[in-house]
Structures are given as C-alpha cells and as structure tokens.
Design a protein around this ligand. Structure first.
Ligand code: PHE
Length: 340
C-alpha cells in the first residue's frame, strides 16, 4: 500500500509538471482528486487496510492529498499568469500605428479672410448679415441712386435673369435693404458672393465682397478713414497706412478710392505694388443723402459712410496669390497651405 501511494505521488507530480494549460491541470485534478479519482479511491479502499495500519496509511494519503492540492494550486496560478501574458502579447494594440481617420480639411482662404475682417469689425459694434445673391434691379441700382438710364450701370457688367431680376454685381444692395427696415444708429457688415461678366487673372465672374455701412449723426470722412485704417492695420500690420483718392460712386458723395501702403515692401515700391508703394483695395464714401432718403432715413438728421471691398483682392495681397482663378480650382496643393 505504501509503495502504491509513493508511486501515485511520483506519477501525479510528474503529470502536474507537464501541464501547459489550466484545462490540462483541471483534467489531472479530476483524475486524481475527483470523485472517482485515484487518491479518492485510495481513501475509499481504507476499509481493506488492516486496522492497525489504518492511521498510518490514512495520514499518508491525507498528506499526499494536501500536497497535491497545494501543487495543483501553485501550478494553476503559474499557468494562468502565463496564459494572461500570452493573451496580452497576442492581443496587443499598437497605439503608434497611423490612424485610419479621414484627414481634416481646411478653411478656404476666402472664408479665412472674411472671418478675419468680421472678427476685426464685430468688436467695434458691427453686426454681420448676409443678403440674397439673386437681387432685384431696384435694390442693386435704383435705391442706390442709379436710375435706369444712368451711365454708372456700365460700371458693372451685370448678369440679368429678367429685366428686373439679376445676379447682384456688388454687396451694396444690402445697404438699402437694411436701411429700409432699421433706423440709425446702423453699423453692419455684409459679406457674400457677387457676379460680373468679367474674367481674367485678376477678375472672376463670381467673386466675394464685404460691404460696410455706418449711419449715425455727425459722421465724417475721418470716421471712415479711422475705421479702414484700423481694419487694415489688424489685417496686415500695424504700420499699414491708408490713402484716399477722389472717386465716383452714385451711392456715395463724396466717394473715394482707398489705397493701402504695400504690405510687401512697406511702401518702398516692389513688383506687388508696381513700384508705387500703394495698393488699391476698395471703394468707399459718405452715403449719398439721396440713398438715405430712398430708404426712409431723414438725411437732415443723419449721415453715414460705406465701404465695399473685394475679399479675393485682399487675400491675394495678404498671401501673395498671383492669380484669382486659384481660389476656385480647389487644388488641394493650394488649399492645404492655409492650414492653421
Ligand atoms: N459697391 C462698390 C463696388 O462694388 C463699392 C462701394 C461700396 C463703394 C460702398 C462705395 C461704398 O465697386
């Protein structure tokens, strides 16, 4: 009996050592310590042992059972640790791998510049609003002091849809639309698309303008100049200067053509400013009293100033873009350069 116990011990320990998985260990456990396992069978067979040997044999079997249980327990911990390690290895996620996410796009330079101008003017109290791209002849011309037979209509080559409906050739109709519904003080900026039958390296049949209008009491050209200087210095750099040249628009009186000192050469003269040191960027003036009256504002009490600038033109100067058509081709190589 003693030999049998010793042999069983040796055999069982060897089997435990060979186990490589918790499943195998479980199998060994069942075969030796389970209900019909070999050790359990030994205990059951105690009745056949001579009574005087029973205590000794009994304690031997119990010791063996305890020893094997302990061994199995130890081996189980060991193997499950190994199994966990293997699992962690095989299921590892390489967080340094490039992600498959869609790449983020960029804001179009037209949007960028529009937002920049808005961000400069909004803190000064300007309200941003947009108007219809398909306009009436009335708001585009008549309300702005340009009657049907007026030669100033030739200043813009307008796309007509019908005799009285057209694609707006400038953002100025928004002046009239807003003044009709609001009394001063008025301070608005209106960005948006405009359309003219014109196309070359510096003209596109569709381009963007931003219109500014201020109506209040006792405004002067100085207010207009100060505002434009503030915009220019924030948009380009703090040394940018503004120059007014006399001009003509039916809706402003007096009217001015506005030049900025060249941001490229600082006014010394370069290829961008064609050696003059100045770049023409926008049209502006004091709102013509006829326009105020057309829109229901008392011109004996109030006056105003207005300006309209081409966004593409500003962006071309700011970013050194040589051809206006680049804005509309949507070439990724061009657009990517405006990533913030
Ligand atoms: N609407 C004019 C243009 O498109 C610009 C302008 C706006 C001039 C406001 C004066 C006042 O050329």
């Amino acid at each position: 009996m003693q030999e049998k116990i010793t042999a069983l011990r040796t055999q069982c320990i060897a089997e435990i050592r060979q186990c490589a998985s918790t499943a195998q260990l479980q199998d060994v456990k069942v075969r030796y310590l389970g209900k019909s396992g070999q050790i359990t069978a030994l205990l059951k067979g105690m009745k056949d042992v001579a009574p005087e040997d029973r205590p000794k044999i009994g304690s031997m079997v119990n010791t063996l059972r305890n020893e094997l249980e302990e061994l199995l327990e130890k081996k189980t911990v060991e193997i499950s640790e190994q199994e966990m390690k293997r699992k962690l290895q095989s299921e590892r996620v390489d967080v340094s791998l490039k992600s498959l996410d869609e790449p983020l796009g960029t804001l179009h330079p037209i949007t960028l510049v529009t937002q920049q101008i808005e961000e400069i003017l909004v803190p000064l109290g300007f309200k941003v609003l947009e108007g219809p791209e398909i306009e009436t002849d009335y708001y585009s011309f008549q309300a702005l002091n340009i009657p049907a037979d007026h030669p100033a209509r030739d200043m813009q080559d307008t796309f007509y849809i019908t005799d009285s409906i057209l694609l707006r050739p400038h953002t100025s109709p928004m002046q009239a639309r807003y003044m009709e519904k609001h009394q001063p003080p008025i301070k608005i900026v209106c960005p948006g698309k405009v359309f003219r039958s014109d196309s070359d390296a510096s003209h596109s049949p569709v381009f963007n303008q931003i219109e500014g209008l201020v109506v209040d009491k006792h405004l002067t050209l100085c207010d207009l100049k100060g505002t434009l200087e503030y915009v220019a210095q924030n948009l380009f750099n703090k040394d940018t200067k503004v120059r007014f040249r006399p001009s003509y628009f039916p809706f402003t009186e007096p009217s001015v053509e506005v030049d900025l000192s060249c941001s490229n050469c600082g006014g010394k003269g370069c290829s961008l400013c064609k050696g003059t040191g100045w770049i023409e960027v926008l049209g502006a003036g004091m709102v013509n009293p006829f326009v105020l009256e057309n829109c229901g504002i008392d011109s004996s009490k109030y006056n105003g100033y207005a300006f309209g600038m081409g966004i593409e033109r500003i962006a071309m100067i700011k970013y050194g873009i040589p051809d206006i058509r680049l804005f509309y081709e949507n070439d990724q190589r061009f657009l990517k350069q405006f990533k913030k």
